[in-house]
Ligand binder design. Sequence first.
Ligand SMILES: Cc1cc2nc3c(=O)[nH]c(=O)nc-3n(C[C@H](O)[C@H](O)[C@H](O)COP(=O)(O)OP(=O)(O)OC[C@H]3O[C@@H](n4cnc5c(N)ncnc54)[C@H](O)[C@@H]3O)c2cc1C
Length: 473
Amino acid sequence: MNPALSELGRIYPAERLLVQPGQLTPYESDALTAFRARPLAVVLPETTDEVVQTVAWCARHQVPFVARGSGTSLSGGSLPVEGGVVIGLNRMNRLLELDPQERIAVVQPGFINLHVSNAAAPYGLYYAPDPSSQPVSTIGGNLAFNSGGAHCLKYGMTSNHVLGAKVVLPDGEVVELGSRSLEAVGPDWLGLFVGSEGLMGIAVEITLRLLPKPEKYHTVLAAYDSLERAGNAVAAVVASGLLPGAMEIMDHLAIEAAEAAVKAGYPTDARALLIVELEGEAPEVEAEARHLEAVIAASGAYEVRVARDADERAKIWKGRKAAFSAVGRLSPDYLVQDGVVPRSKLGPALLEIERLSQQYGLRVANVFHAGDGNLHPLILYDGKVRGQLEQAEALAGEILKLCVELGGSITGEHGVGMEKRAYMPAMFSEDDLALMQRLRRALDPDELANRGKMFPGGEAPASPAGEGRGDLA
Ligand SMILES: Cc1cc2nc3c(=O)[nH]c(=O)nc-3n(C[C@H](O)[C@H](O)[C@H](O)COP(=O)(O)OP(=O)(O)OC[C@H]3O[C@@H](n4cnc5c(N)ncnc54)[C@H](O)[C@@H]3O)c2cc1C
């Protein structure tokens, strides 16, 4: 064993220090499997002290490290650095405190998102940010990516629901950011840390805000004969003064896939479906429902269905929730993209995506959090056909540039990671990027924490898998 590794062997028992090739393979990539790299070791800490000792070891030996939750990042965010260390946090998965009076939960970073709401349910409370990966993704990963989900239109992203975090900085120092209340004094260091993609240290304890569960839901499914019309309907709903709990769009390919997978009973002739859900106190929801009915009728929907009970509501959502994985039935491979446009630009953005799809000869399915203007074009391709992956990536790049041109951004919720670092200059000037780097290097001069991510250029953690693919940056 490498002599430095034997020091790690004094911190971890053998079953929590993985060094054999077979043990390392599952950690070589995240959900973006096109990138792979072999780490030197994977450690599975169970305590904050073990994280501190590991990070201090990395600092002493100048070994880069990456924090990893469940590895559901779709942008190569938790991809290891070749020869670096993966700090897998899934075993730090305890609920440390749940205080219904204060409406807070304190969790370890490996705690699963959905388990927060499950733990809060007996008190009539829940945790609002709900990424589609919520049954598997961890709060640590959610915090690092400032994750969003269907409910984030009304309630805000992870950053609006994290009150405090205990963090191990890249030199091993432990700091407390934020507090247990909404009011804090001084600069917003926690705000700087949330969304910093593991480049500023590792969160080891996180204090979350809980909300009361809504009393009533009103769920509407509207069918349109064009994707653009459905996109424009979203802008019309928001412009009317309504703030639904969720607004989601699926296009015809996504509808076809979802129907084949779970038979949600969607109108299969629709070019696009809009799901709008109002939630809150019963009198408020009832009044808003009448208002919504008028807006949807004026938006050109040719069919409107309202869920009459919890079962019908669940059926409407079942199709939407299954849509991502169901798209896998339509094509051997697909790239999940994530970009944002202002809501008012949704219609034109979708029209242009359709045009680009025809130009590239690749089908694009759209399933997305329309309320936030957050697009998820799924670009279908066949990895076995030479050159198709490169074509799919080029199309994805065009869509991201389109988002920026329309006043949006290159990522809504999947992070920049490895995949999108080449597009950062489309959004930020050299000065902006240099300032971000200065902040990061103030904490981590040697760039040990998640090296090679987010910033263009510099050392790439891995070569993309597959023949003939160059570094994206
Ligand atoms: C099917 C599917 C659907 C998805 N839907 C959504 C969605 O609706 N909304 C959304 O936002 N995302 C979505 N994602 C992306 C992903 O699930 C989220 O970004 C999630 O927050 C990642 O959590 P994780 O535990 O898997 O983190 P990982 O993938 O393990 O890590 C993600 C990033 O967080 C860093 N990190 C992990 N733990 C810590 C920690 N404790 N401290 C500091 N940094 C840390 C890692 O270094 C990495 O940069 C989806 C992914 C999939 C596969």
